[in-house]
Design a protein around this ligand. Structure first.
Ligand code: 2RA
Length: 329
């Protein structure tokens, strides 16, 4: 499989290289792609050196698949050009997620909707992926009516500039700011830009993408996305109201039997998910499973996952694996 990795020098790009190697994805030739300033750089992959090339050069090499993590503008301009030469694109940006003609895929939930005709496939937002991984099997059983979610998002979701800002603040030195305020000893209710309705794009992604992935516009979702100075993964407090009642024991059993979800939930010995534990792992961890005693048919959950892995790189490569295994490329 000739695989182009567009945005190879970014944080998600680097994790995609790790995950491709870990999962032994059938890469016969790697085509590392980055902006002009990185062209010519050497990228090592599975004991072989590859030179970073430009987008134009990558297209001329006609990759079988292109894994994008290079921002929405690059994806809007270049994904169609790759698709035109027969390449299947899986894109991590928000560019194609709400496009009515593009699929938004979490393999464990809706990969079966993919066909050979899907040449540009959207990878959902990290905070959406971890939430729907847990809620999809519960929706199937109890039918979700409403979700109220508050996120506690790692600075790694913003990228290297944010990591550098926290390092500088901890060292007491001035430097470039990724955020409008200090992030050290702080919590910013501001992930991505604000929309006209007073919600941020990050919060509206949780609303819109959840309805698309679960294929149910009747699900009400409201979100508050908060940035906190962690680096291992995103955490989410989820309050979910179902149409039907449930037994908490049955919820646990369903989640314990959901591929890619790990239940960490024993308050007697302080067992619950945390970013320091989720960091570097591909599973979505769920705990603090408890009935919301203030409202019928309603459940509280705490969900943690590494936003760079299952939230981005691993989900992308799992989509690619599904395409290869089902002979869709
Ligand atoms: C964030 N989910 O955490 C967004 C994009 N990675 O900032």
């Amino acid at each position: 499989m000739k695989v182009a990795l567009v945005g190879v020098t970014g944080m998600v790009g680097e994790v995609m290289l790790e995950v491709l190697k870990e999962r032994n994805f059938p890469v016969t030739e790697l085509i590392p792609v980055a902006s002009e300033k990185s062209v010519g750089k050497i990228i090592s992959f599975k004991d072989k050196d590859y030179k970073v090339v430009s987008l134009d050069t990558a297209i001329s090499m006609q990759p079988d698949i292109a894994l994008f993590s290079a921002g929405g503008e690059t994806s809007l301009e270049w994904a169609p050009k790759f698709a035109k030469v027969g390449t299947t694109v899986i894109d991590n940006s928000s560019a194609w997620r709400m496009d009515l003609n593009k699929k938004l895929i979490v393999p464990e939930i809706n990969a079966s909707s993919l066909t050979k005709e899907d040449k540009i496939i959207a990878n959902p937002n990290c905070s959406t992926i971890q939430m729907v991984m847990v809620l999809a099997p519960l929706h199937k059983k109890y039918k979700i009516k409403r979700i109220v979610v508050s996120t506690y998002q790692s600075i790694s979701g913003t990228g290297m500039k944010a990591i550098k800002q926290l390092e500088n603040e901890l060292a007491g030195v001035k430097g470039d700011m990724a955020y409008p305020y200090p992030i050290h000893k702080n919590a910013l209710p501001h992930c991505d830009v604000f929309e006209d309705n007073g919600y941020t794009k990050e919060e509206m992604k949780l609303v819109r993408e959840t309805q698309k992935i679960l294929d149910d516009k009747s699900i009400s979702v409201t979100a508050t996305a908060v940035r906190i100075p962690t680096s291992g993964g995103h955490s989410e407090a989820v309050n979910v109201e179902f149409e039907n009642n449930f037994e908490v024991s049955e919820i646990r059993s369903i989640l314990n039997n959901t591929s890619g979800v790990v239940v960490q939930d024993n308050i007697d010995v302080n067992i619950y998910p945390m970013p320091i534990y989720a960091n570097g792992k591909d599973d979505v961890f769920v705990g603090r499973i408890r009935r919301d005693e203030s409202q019928s048919n309603t459940l509280n959950l705490w969900i943690v996952s590494d936003n760079l892995r299952k939230g981005a790189a691993t989900n992308t490569i799992q989509i690619a694996e599904y395409l290869v295994n089902n002979k869709l490329i």
